[in-house]
Write a protein that binds this ligand. Structure first.
Ligand SMILES: Cc1ncc(C[n+]2csc(CCOP(=O)(O)OP(=O)(O)O)c2C)c(N)n1
Ligand SMILES: [Mg+2]
Length: 819
């Protein structure tokens, strides 16, 4: 089905000039009378109160870091504290109109954002709602600590609760919002719409975009803000996020009732520094950050520079931008100017700026300026404003005393597996929400009509191959698993490059376009980082998502999103968030050095990822079914060598109905008693050929085991086989050095040492570039390599003349040469 977006040459070849909309700079004009009428004295004073609270909270941390004490309470805080002293007005102004349904994602410098958004939520929620949140979040452990503190109201108690929960998190305590697993840079509190804060500069841009997609696709109320620094404008993923947030298709192709573009606001907290580097004048060239909007879409992202030193200017901007976002006309870019008096971190020697500059900003300190505004316009007197501050110091000291006490606020016991157990949620959830999935046609009318009727097994009664076109293939088996879950889980969405009309990079999605509306299956820009990052944001917001990376080699472009985001947020949230995200990654061949790599070892190395690698159509369907029923991040490796292959190993072929492969269980593909061969991925078939030849030529029976899982992985069946044979080789298409096979080999050496007759041998691909297709047989393991390795390293085969060099002296020589 073609999209019908015609490119008319006479149109695109016409001469002309581009004009860009004007970008307002600090356009807010204060009108005290109108402001008094609009907000009222109580709210105007509350804005001041929140700024004071945040300033004092951050100053307290500054004292703790630099002097080891605050108000006589001593503490040695070993972790980081990136303070935002000087930036309070920007965060309080932003939070003023936000409700708990509006989400903010932030950075390493987000204590102020957490507190401001929480204070705003506390103001808006009624007492019952606040009590319910405090009682139920982490079973009320933080509430238990503060409930007996003096407080005049539930809202007052909730403020203590938030101060304590944030501080306990910063200090790494069990009562912290995330049991101390996040700490200062990652603390967050979803019940108030305070979503993950990110220590990777710009990391929140694409995650927030995915969260905004979740809201739009699933018709949830609220807007989403990424609070990122000015220096993050230099980060590729931030640009990628803006590209995805600004895609035309929301208006041109998505159903109108979805409501247009995701409600995504990129808010750059522009404090004019990235550590010591200066984006303006030194490290970038935009001059005024808001200018960047002009490069993104015709609306210039409705960009504006706003004076973050006037909280009322920010309140006004958020109110206006929210209307744009709710109307589906986003994304929006705000260049919120501000300044931090504190160093980048307390250890910062501030060699990069002068005292004169600091004094210039201090003289315009928003806290002082806004205080004067309140006094001048009769909203409060000096005494009342001083009292706000003084009362808070006492309150904060009480909270601090509780947070530093190891008795009141213990840490997770690191001598147990407690943290390990937080890595995966290991749940089975049929659908992330209870409602009818939106589809275009009934399943029975879909391409399933074709695949379900095909031969489910690829061999005839005599073991002869049937024509491939008449058999269900590995790609079609994956399609059937996807169809199953798309028709059950209404939140499930899939995106990536070429996901729709093209049918997915390698045709796995062929037939899905006819079944699913645009908002459930769509093409994105060539933005690997944001493809994965947005999937992370979608998943942590409550949706199930499948993202596709065309080639494993492109994972490099999404390195942070796979290794730091997808892998980390379940544990960093201490189980508050789940990550039902399946990242489909194909492993190629034939396309040379940058399109043929197997990086399973990298994924295995980084804690927090499940990794599956089916090698047969039966497993392709059963393992994808498994991945799509869970709540954990799964990197789902697929092999391009196998997409068009039918099932030839599992008797009975690919079932037409639903089934799951048991997680982590390797499978014996060919039983044997003399030697064990363990494979991962498509090497299985060359392993089986090696086993056939070994039997035929030397009368030895090789047991071939397909590991099929990388993490989790049950070693018991592997050890059982090694105990039986005493000899084991491992083979895969990954370059040998650092391959996951070496992890397996090392474990097997330890687990089955007493039963081994020889060393555990690894047969990997070469430690050099994958050459062009014609030369590949010298790069990827071949049956002969496996036999030669057995002969050279484990069991000399009588009369065997090796044709390749696999001896131990070769290992030394190659390593010595860096190959
Ligand atoms: C990807 C990445 N690169 C570098 C760093 C180290 N780092 C931490 S904060 C920072 C400066 C960030 O500046 P900006 O985005 O403007 O935020 P600000 O610190 O000013 O709030 C740098 C370079 C990092 N955490 N992540
Ligand atoms: Mg900055």
């Amino acid at each position: 089905m073609t999209k019908l977006i015609t490119i008319d040459p006479s149109d695109v070849r016409k001469p002309g000039v581009l004009t860009a909309p004007e970008i307002p700079i600090n356009a807010y004009v204060s009108d005290p009378t109108a402001e008094a009428a609009k907000y009222g004295t109580d709210n105007l004073v509350r804005i001041y109160r929140d700024m004071v609270y945040i300033r004092e909270f951050e100053s307290m941390l500054d004292h703790i870091k630099k002097e080891g004490a605050y108000q006589g309470i001593e503490y040695n805080h070993r972790g980081p504290a990136h303070l935002s002293i000087g930036q309070e007005s920007a965060v309080v102004g932003q939070a003023y109109h936000l409700t708990p349904e509006d989400f903010i994602f932030g950075s390493h410098r987000s204590h102020g954002e957490i507190l401001a958004k929480s204070f705003s939520a506390i103001h808006k929620l009624d007492d019952d709602a606040l009590m319910a949140i405090m009682e139920t979040y982490m079973d009320g452990v933080a509430l238990r600590v503060v409930e007996d503190f003096p407080h005049a109201s539930v809202k007052d108690l909730a403020i203590d609760y938030i101060l304590y929960g944030a501080l306990a998190e910063i200090f790494g305590r069990i009562q912290g919002f995330n049991k101390g697993m996040g700490g200062s840079m990652h603390a967050f509190f979803p019940p108030f719409g305070v979503m993950p804060n990110n220590a990777i500069v710009g990391g929140s841009a694409d995650i927030a975009t995915g969260s905004a997609l979740f809201k739009r696709i699933n018709r949830k109320p609220g807007i989403v803000i990424a609070n990122i620094g000015d220096a993050s404008m230099g980060c590729g993923p931030v640009w990628e996020a803006m590209m995805i947030a600004a895609m035309d298709q929301y208006r041109t192709l998505w159903p109108e009732e979805i409501g247009g573009a995701p409600p995504m606001l990129f808010n750059f907290m522009n404090n004019f520094y990235g550590m010591g580097g200066q984006p303006v004048g030194e490290t970038m060239g935009f001059g005024v950050l808001a200018r960047v909007g002009m490069g993104v879409n015709p609306e210039a992202m409705h960009a504006e520079r706003v004076d973050g030193y006037n909280p009322l200017a920010i309140i006004d901007a958020i109110e206006r931008k929210r209307a744009i976002l709710e109307a589906g006309r986003g994304p929006v870019l705000l260049d919120t100017i501000t300044y931090r008096f504190s160093g980048h971190s307390p250890s910062d020697a501030m060699a990069y700026r002068t005292k004169e500059e600091l004094d210039l900003w201090r003289s315009q300190d928003a806290l002082i300026g806004y205080r004067e505004y309140l006094l001048e316009n009769g909203h409060a007197d000096e005494r009342a404003l001083d009292a706000v501050h003084e009362a808070f110091i006492e309150r904060l000291a009480r909270v601090l005393a509780a947070a530093v006490s190891l008795e009141t606020s213990p840490r997770v016991d690191v001598h147990t597996d407690a943290i390990g157990e937080m890595m995966f949620s290991n749940q089975r959830v049929e659908r992330m929400e209870e409602r009818e999935p939106e589809v275009l046609i009934p399943q029975e009318e879909s391409r399933l009509k074709v695949t379900l009727k095909k031969n489910r097994f690829g061999l005839d009664a005599d073991g002869k191959p049937l024509p491939k076109l008449r058999c269900v293939t590995y790609a079609e088996a994956l399609f059937e698993a996807l169809m199953h879950r798309f028709y059950i889980d209404p939140t499930m969405a899939a995106w990536g490059e070429e996901n729709r009309d093209w049918g997915g990079a390698f045709g796995v999605y062929r037939g899905l376009t006819e079944c699913l509306p645009y908002h459930r299956l769509f093409n994105t820009s060539i933005s690997e980082a944001a493809i994965v990052g947005a999937a992370v944001g979608y998943a942590v917001s409550g949706g199930r998502v499948v993202a596709e990376l065309m080639y494993n080699d492109f994972m490099g472009r999404a390195g942070d999103e796979v290794f730091n985001q997808m892998a980390k947020w379940q544990a960093m949230s201490a189980g508050v968030l789940t990550m039902p995200l399946v990242l489909r990654v194909s492993i190629g061949s034939k396309y040379g050095a940058q399109h043929s790599q197997d990086w399973t070892s990298m994924v295995a190395h980084v804690p927090g990822l499940k990794a599956y690698f089916p090698a047969t159509p039966y497993d392709a369907k059963g393992m994808l079914n498994l991945a799509l029923s869970g709540t954990d991040p799964v990197v789902f490796f697929e092999s391009q060598r196998l997409y068009s292959e039918p099932e030839t190993l599992v008797e009975g072929g690919v079932p037409t109905g639903y089934y799951e492969v048991p997680e982590g269980e390797p499978v014996v593909r060919r039983p044997g008693g003399d030697v064990t061969l363990i494979t991962l991925g498509a090497t299985l078939y060359r392993g089986l050929e090696a086993a056939r030849q070994l039997e035929e030529r030397y009368g030895l029976s090789m047991e071939v085991i397909d590991a099929r899982f990388i993490n989790p992985l049950n070693y018991e069946p592997l050890v059982a086989s090694v105990k039986k044979t005493g000899k084991v080789l491992l083979a895969s298409d990954a370059s040998e050095r650092g391959s996951f096979l070496h992890t397996m080999a090392s474990n097997l050496s330890q687990l089955a040492f007493d039963y081994l007759d020889g060393p555990v041998a690894v047969v990997g691909a070469r430690n050099w570039i994958t050459p062009p297709a014609e030369l590949e047989d010298g790069f990827f393991p071949q049956p002969e390599w496996i036999i030669d390795t057995l002969h050279e390293r484990i069991l000399p085969l009588p009369g065997h003349t090796p044709t390749t060099r696999q001896g131990v002296e070769r290992i030394v020589a190659l390593n010595r040469a860096g190959m």
